[in-house]
Structure formats: structure tokens, C-alpha cells
Design a protein around this ligand. Structure first.
Ligand SMILES: Cc1cc2nc3c(=O)[nH]c(=O)nc-3n(C[C@H](O)[C@H](O)[C@H](O)COP(=O)(O)O)c2cc1C
Length: 184
């Protein structure tokens, strides 16, 4: 459970087959004593349900686009307010592009834009997608703006291919967030 003074950490979950790992990531971040809030892309909800994250974190889970529905006014602003960091894990190629180009077409991307704290992304995708020049240019853009890119691991991928593109180890992601918020 989060401590009274717990740093608020936003966990963005996007449409990657690695989305199921984000549930365990949320647990591990909670074990650090952080107050974890989850925001999902609409696509991510096809891979894992918001209820899972709601049950784990005890917080409502914002997801989707404003066009679909907007249950609470200014959800994206409330989410990012007071956040110590936001980590998008897994971060799809699509969301990577969205963040690199400053798109604001869903609650996740708006929360990232309204963030006044470190942004971290942990990309996860097929190795051919990861190596694509457009993806690498988006990675470079985000880094240039000060975002931390947690590199994907190398190995067997869910699609059957092998190479770079696996979601980084959860412990590496937790460590990167800890460093970003000034914890060891
Ligand atoms: C089975 C399946 C697995 C996928 N896994 C990934 C993935 O690991 N990484 C990725 O970038 N896209 C993946 N995609 C494609 C994304 O789901 C798609 O680009 C989507 O538009 C991402 O949207 P979002 O960033 O808004 O969540 C996958 C698609 C399918 C059908």
C-alpha cells in the first residue's frame, strides 16, 4: 500500500502484447511504496482490462480518447498533477510516435503533455519495427527532449521472431523510475 507521502507515479499502458506485464509492473512499483495510477490507450484495453489495474492500484483507470467518452472532466490534468514521474510501459510504436510529435488525441498522450515531471518510456515491439528508421527517429526526438528511453531487451519475441524489441526487464523499469524520482 502507498505511504501517506508516497510519490505519485503514472503508469501508461499501450497496445502491445507485453501489456499483460504491466500488471506485475504496477505491483512492483506499489511495493516501492509509490502511489501508482494507471492510464491506458484504447488499444491497450484490448490486451488487458482496466479492471485489473483498478483492482491492483485502488484508483480509477482512465483510458481511451476524449471522443469516446469523458467520464471525469479534465482527467488528464488531474492525473498528471503532482505526479513525480510518468512511465509508459509497454510503449507501442504508435504511442512512441504520438509522444514524439506531441499529439493529444487520447487521455494518455494528454497526461504526458501536461506532465511537469520526468517522462520515461519502455518501448516494446517486433524487432523489425524497432529497427525502423521512423521509430528510431521518434526515440531520438524523445531523448532529445529529456525523456528517458528504457531500451528494449534482446531475445525471443511473442510473435516468434528473435531480436531487440522485448519489453525491458521489469526490475530495470522500476530502477529507472526510482532514479528519475530521486530514490535509489
Ligand atoms: C497481437 C498484436 C500484438 C501487437 N503487439 C505490438 C507490440 O508489441 N508493439 C507495438 O508497437 N505494436 C503492437 N501491435 C500493434 C498495436 O497494437 C497498434 O499499433 C495500436 O494502434 C497501438 O495503439 P496505442 O499505441 O494507441 O495503444 C500489436 C498488434 C497485434 C494485433
Amino acid at each position: 500500500m502507498a505511504k501517506a507521502t508516497a510519490p505519485k507515479v503514472l503508469l501508461g499502458v499501450t497496445g502491445s502484447i507485453a501489456a499483460y506485464k504491466a500488471a506485475e509492473l504496477a505491483r512492483r512499483m506499489q511495493k516501492k511504496g509509490w502511489d501508482v495510477w494507471v492510464v491506458m490507450s484504447a488499444c491497450a484495453t484490448q490486451y488487458v482490462g482496466p479492471l485489473t489495474f483498478r483492482a491492483l492500484t485502488g484508483h480509477p483507470v482512465a483510458h481511451g480518447s476524449f471522443a469516446e467518452r469523458e467520464p471525469e472532466t479534465y482527467t488528464h490534468l488531474g492525473l498528471s498533477e503532482g505526479a513525480a514521474a510518468m512511465v509508459v510501459a509497454p510503449c507501442s510504436a504508435q504511442t512512441l510516435a504520438r509522444l514524439a510529435h506531441g499529439f493529444a488525441d487520447d487521455v494518455l498522450s494528454c497526461a504526458a503533455l501536461a506532465l511537469a515531471a520526468p517522462l520515461l518510456v519502455a518501448p516494446a515491439m517486433n524487432t523489425r519495427m524497432w529497427k525502423n528508421a521512423a521509430v528510431q527517429a521518434n526515440v531520438a526526438t524523445l531523448k532529445q527532449r529529456g525523456a528517458a528511453v528504457i531500451p528494449p531487451g534482446i531475445g525471443e519475441l511473442a510473435c516468434g521472431d528473435a531480436g531487440a524489441g522485448r519489453l525491458a526487464e521489469l526490475e530495470a523499469i522500476v530502477q529507472a523510475v526510482a532514479q528519475a524520482i530521486g530514490e535509489r
